[in-house]
Write a protein that binds this ligand. Structure first.
Ligand SMILES: Nc1ncnc2c1ncn2[C@@H]1O[C@H](COP(=O)(O)OP(=O)(O)OP(=O)(O)O)[C@@H](O)[C@H]1O
Ligand SMILES: [Mg+2]
Length: 246
């Protein structure tokens, strides 16, 4: 399907199995969108990992969950969150650089703190309530796995990028997601692609294949801002903006 109209605002959920490259691709997609002049809000929806901000070259923002006094309060009040527009988010919860803003839903900081359900609920309500103006994009980095579908996080998003890596687990995950019949555009991306195993991966119908690139790996390992140009990411963003189906 090709609608012939370029999308100019969208909430995009990036999901996939652990370590497949969700955070890396979130940062690269955000940068590709910002380069085109869009205003981009990256939402760190992963309650465990701590380094997404580094990939964007910014400091860690204050966590949105601190708007509430307790876990119980998050469940009770997240539905009434008055953050309807990006500009409504209080400045102290946003860090920004080069046209990209970052907000963080909340992390689990200490042992015994409890499960991540309040953060899941807050992420869902935040995304559902957020209305975008023209030229605004939201890119959501999520925790590993596909539990967000069960928690309704995808409800507040317009499209989903599923990051697959060359593993059997990713093949199973792709099949599981397809079987869910989610009524939103889903873009499968094969990350860390290696030609040598192309034959084994031919059943994974991905919109783009992103090769394993040493430059990306080293940058992430050093906890540095991702500055490399990745043509495949630009192609992916083109496909998403034009709502072409894989
Ligand atoms: N195209 C790529 N080329 C080389 N290395 C990559 C590529 N994509 C991701 N990586 C590396 O894979 C590792 C995992 O990436 P990343 O942290 O983005 O995955 P993730 O899916 O967000 O993980 P988690 O589930 O832990 O949040 C990192 O070391 C990163 O540098
Ligand atoms: Mg991650």
């Amino acid at each position: 399907m090709y609608l012939g109209v370029e999308i100019n605002s969208m909430k995009l959920l990036v999901c996939g199995k652990g370590g497949s490259g969700k955070s890396t691709l979130t940062a690269l997609i955000a940068k590709s969108l910002a380069k085109r002049g869009y205003k981009v809000l990256v939402v760190d929806g992963d309650e465990s990992n701590l380094s997404l901000h580094r990939l964007l070259g910014v400091e860690k923002p204050k966590e949105l969950k601190d708007l509430f006094g307790s876990r119980k309060e998050i469940f009770e009040k997240a539905k009434n969150l008055e953050l309807r527009r990006i500009k409504d988010i209080p400045k102290e919860f946003v860090v920004a650089k080069d046209g990209i803003m970052l907000v963080c839903i909340g992390k689990i900081h200490s042992f015994g703190e409890g499960c991540a359900c309040p953060m899941g609920a807050l992420l869902r309500e935040f995304l559902k309530g957020l209305k975008l103006d023209q030229n605004e994009f939201v890119v959501v980095d999520s925790e590993a796995g596909i539990e967000h579908f069960g928690r309704g996080v995808e409800e507040g998003c317009d499209a989903i990028v599923v990051v697959l890596d060359p593993t059997y687990e990713s093949k199973i995950m792709a099949d599981r997601i397809k079987a869910m019949n989610v009524e939103k555009p889903i873009y499968f991306v094969l990350n860390k692609f290696d030609e040598r195993f192309g034959d084994l991966l031919k059943d994974l119908d991905a919109v783009v294949k992103i090769p394993f690139r040493e430059e990306i790996f080293i940058s992430c390992l050093k906890g540095e801002e991702l500055k490399c140009e990745v043509d495949e990411i630009d192609r992916l963003v083109d496909v998403i903006l034009n709502q072409k189906q894989a």
